[in-house]
Write a protein that binds this ligand. Structure first.
Ligand code: HEC
Length: 252
């Protein structure tokens, strides 16, 4: 029977190792930027600057005490305007966000600070033009809507699969014993992404699932780091063990 062979990095042509290394470096950089993005879009929603489970609960299932605009002003939008104007908006919202108090003062703040982006030209962010639109985000916050979750889910399912297929295919050339450890590290990110995305929806129904969102994100990062470091190390700095040489460099 013919069995296809997978060779250890040290037995691969230089060109392939250079290709693998370049790919890992760019994907690693991408991962860092993804972390920065996650942090800047979620951290601070609960008023505390660190990224916490509470921030995730507010992002996915909403806040029992804040309206959407308040959590945005505490979190991702907090740098868009000075504190005094922030306080004025929050006070207006807390008074019931009534139309009679909207013009001229509150309307002017929105016009000056928010409308450059929230003018309706970007369909993915709420329009803040006029009272009717503002009222929408000044209502009780129920978190990310299902449509947004579905959109983000399919992007993540496709994107993450590509990334870990590539990183995993590279990592397959490493020498790991016992074999089951290698298999688990390879599988982990795919299990995590399903857990992660499933929990976005479940957090809407039952907020403690935010712990699963955070945990699965951590597991994914962990397996990425293990595969990245192991591959890089074994590609360039590894002293090939004798049993691998005896085996003509074939890894399982
Ligand atoms: C430089 C562009 C820009 C400016 C200026 C801006 N925003 Fe945003 N805003 C965005 C983007 C992009 C998003 C979506 C990404 C996100 O949620 O982080 C967003 C999201 C929001 C959301 C929705 C958050 C959610 O959880 O769905 C609210 C509410 C909001 N902004 C309010 C404001 C207010 C109020 C101002 C003015 C004080 C403002 N924004 C100024 C770009 C901007």
């Amino acid at each position: 029977m013919n069995k296809s062979h997978c060779f250890h990095f040290s037995f691969l042509p230089m060109g392939m190792r250079v290709l693998y290394t370049s790919t890992l470096i760019v994907l690693g950089t991408g991962y860092l930027f993804a972390m920065i993005y996650i942090f800047s879009s979620h951290a601070g929603r609960d008023g505390n600057p660190a990224l916490s489970v509470n921030d995730l609960i507010i992002a996915y299932s909403g806040s029992k005490s804040d309206t959407k605009i308040e959590s945005a002003l505490k979190g991702p939008m907090s740098n868009m305007l000075p504190q005094a104007e922030k306080d004025e908006i929050v006070a207006w919202v807390r008074r019931g966000a009534e139309e009679k108090d909207f013009e001229p003062k509150i309307a002017l703040i929105f016009e000056k600070r928010c409308l450059t982006c929230h003018n309706g030209s970007n369909p993915h962010i709420p329009t803040l033009k006029g009272y009717e639109n503002v009222k929408h985000v000044a209502e009780f916050d129920t978190g990310m809507d299902i449509f947004t979750l579905v959109r983000v889910s399919h992007i993540h399912l496709f994107g993450i699969t590509f990334i870990f297929f590539i990183v995993g295919s590279i990592f397959c050339h490493s020498y790991i014993k016992p074999l089951w450890v290698k298999c688990i590290v390879l599988m982990l990110p795919f299990v995590s992404i399903l857990l992660d995305i499933g929990s976005w929806y479940l957090t809407k129904v039952y907020p403690p699932f935010a712990y699963v969102v955070m945990g699965s994100g951590g597991l994914m990062g962990f397996s990425f780091a293990v595969m990245w470091v192991t591959s890089m190390y074994q590609m360039w700095f590894y002293k090939v063990p004798q049993d691998l040489i005896d085996n003509d460099g074939v890894v399982s």
